[in-house]
Design a protein around this ligand. Structure first.
Ligand code: F6R
Ligand code: MG
Ligand code: MG
Length: 373
């Protein structure tokens, strides 16, 4: 049996420069230094450190499998060290997503977000890693649906017989902590019935139905459900596998040619347009946003990220492309339209979602002043 390759993206808000908008170099440097050491020691084979808004993102390619305690511990230790540095520098929100004190084998349920995919490498395996800030895992429901189930997005569903069998979607109910697998196209309507409520139902995995080939994995953390109070949104990550009987790279990024609305933005309390951006623009400024997403393209090759001649992993900054200018402009326009509404629905999230914000504390003050009407 050939050794399998695992792509792990583990992320955490460890503290930010000036509010919640970006991760400064000293924190990125800690990730880079520690992952370089881990690469020397043979724990990981390749790594790439970047940020999406105020989230420090550690991309690791290795052969230790999913949920490996050593890989998770490495990420946890990096986040601890970076959070300490953030605290020393008095950066904002130092250690924001580190919700538990002691590590117990896996970062899931402790604050950081995780998406992992263990694969048997095909002859060539193109991968896209998505990372978003100021939104939540359900923000991926819409593009993942379009990529793997919508023939108006993915021509391969119609044209490539290898995709004709459709795809299976695992949907997590984040409130009841239960999951269900639905198959498209047969159960498309039921799938949409669930994932059209992205604040609760999250697509966590996708497989090709004909052979159960894994093709997408998304983080599913709900920080507020872990902490029992508002602690910011969950700023999700996702891994999508492309080409040769799977959606082409171009089909995997096509849903982002237009902006669409996601929950999050300022104080995790507003609908906002998702803006696809290159890494250089991955900082959330206007009204702490608008929510942003970056997409990194890479090839896995013999347990690593394919590297150039000097050993640097070859990463393509996919949204750093004029094809996404229209989506960026739309996002800018939708943003100002929504902001004119201030704190009135539908700019602000509905009452149920606001339960997970700091608003209930404000309403609590009025509780005794209500008289029978
Ligand atoms: C959203 C987010 C920010 C903060 C906002 C207020 O996920 O992190 O929009 O909610 O900047 O932050 P505090 O309460 O820390 O002043
Ligand atoms: Mg933050
Ligand atoms: Mg964030």
């Amino acid at each position: 049996m050939p050794e399998k390759t695992t792509i792990s993206i583990i992320k955490c808000d460890v503290g930010s420069l000036v509010g919640h908008h970006t991760v400064p170099k000293p924190l990125l440097d800690i990730g880079e230094k520690r992952l370089r050491e881990a690469q020397k020691n043979g724990l990981v084979n390749s790594h790439y450190v970047f940020h999406a808004g105020d989230d420090l993102e550690l991309l690791m390619v290795h052969q230790k499998g999913e949920n490996n305690p050593d890989i998770h511990k490495l990420a946890w230790d990096i986040f601890q060290e970076a959070a300490k540095k953030a605290a020393d520098l008095k950066l904002y929100g130092a250690g924001q997503d580190i919700l538990k004190a002691a590590f117990s084998g896996n970062v899931r349920g402790m604050g950081p977000g995780v998406a992992e995919m263990e694969i048997e490498e095909r002859r060539s395996d193109p991968i896209v890693v998505f990372a978003a800030d100021k939104t939540e895992p359900g923000a991926f429901n819409y593009p993942i649906f379009r990529i793997f189930a919508d023939p108006f997005n993915t021509a391969g569903l119609v044209i490539d017989p290898n995709m004709g069998g459709g795809f299976k979607f695992e949907v997590l109910d984040t409130v009841k902590n239960k999951k269900v697998v639905l198959k498209c196209p047969e159960e498309m309507y039921e799938l949409i019935a669930l994932i059209g409520t992205p604040g609760r139902y999250v697509v966590s995995h996708v497989w090709r139905a004909s052979d159960d080939l894994i093709c997408a994995a998304t983080s599913t953390t709900r920080l507020s459900l872990i902490a029992g109070k508002y602690v910011g949104k969950d700023d999700p990550v996702s891994i999508v596998r492309c080409q040769h009987g799977l959606p082409a790279l171009g089909e995997a990024v096509a849903p982002f040619m237009h902006s669409y609305f996601v929950e999050g933005w300022m104080r995790g309390s507003h609908w906002g347009p998702l803006m696809p951006v290159g890494l250089k623009d991955a900082k959330c400024v206007a009204f702490d946003g608008p929510p942003r997403i970056v997409a990194l393209g890479l090839q896995v090759s013999h347990g690593k990220i394919a590297c150039d001649d000097d050993g640097t992993p070859m990463i393509s900054d996919l949204f750093e492309d004029p094809s996404f200018d229209l989506a960026r402009r739309e996002a800018g326009e939708y943003a100002v339209v929504l902001r004119r509404m201030g704190e009135f629905d539908p700019a602000r999230l509905g009452a149920e979602a606001m339960e997970y914000t700091t608003l209930p504390k404000v309403l609590e003050k009025l509780k005794d002043r209500f008289k029978k009407a």
